[in-house]
Design a protein around this ligand. Structure first.
Ligand code: AMP
Ligand code: ZN
Length: 143
């Protein structure tokens, strides 16, 4: 299976690595949305957020918090976005799960998202479907 991020981890592809430990690596995004845009990922390959084992996910999110502070300080950013794309519909292009940390500056750009509104019925329908699935899967997830 070809994976450019696995190649970077194995030093078989070039990258500007900023941080690594036993489990986690972070390098600069080659096409940054803003300069200093960082990608943070587990060294083991998992294709999306749902397939990362919980113990590794905890390590990953903890490093994302640490590195978000580093990105903000080192770029003098006013804020930052942390985000992950999961599935092609969500814009995922590299199927080795990663968090983006994107430094943000006052008035730099707007994510051009158009919000919807609910009618009451629809809101309740979606909510009860979620509660149904929570009931069904929570034990499995916590256990
Ligand atoms: P996503 O769309 O969430 O899968 O994000 C993939 C990100 O990886 C994009 O922002 C790309 O610019 C970035 N990217 C792709 N190839 C490389 C590479 N060789 N080194 C660093 N970043 C990369
Ligand atoms: Zn990979």
């Amino acid at each position: 299976m070809e994976c450019i991020f696995c190649d970077i981890i194995k030093r078989e592809a070039p990258s500007e690595i900023v941080y690594e430990d036993e489990d986690i690596i972070a390098f600069l995004d080659i096409n940054p949305i803003n300069y200093g845009h960082l990608l943070v990922l587990t060294k083991l390959h998992f294709d999306n957020f749902l397939t990362v084992p919980k113990d590794l996910l905890h390590k990953l999110i903890s490093k994302v918090q640490f590195l978000a502070g580093i990105v903000k300080r080192s770029t003098n950013a006013d804020g930052f976005n942390t985000m992950s794309n999961n599935g092609t519909a969500a814009g995922q292009r590299i199927f080795h799960f990663h968090f983006h940390i994107i430094p943000r500056f006052e008035n730099d750009f707007k994510f051009n998202l158009i919000s919807k509104s609910y009618d009451d019925n629809h809101l309740k329908n979606i909510s009860s479907k979620m509660k149904e699935f929570i009931e069904k899967y929570q034990g499995q997830f916590d256990g």
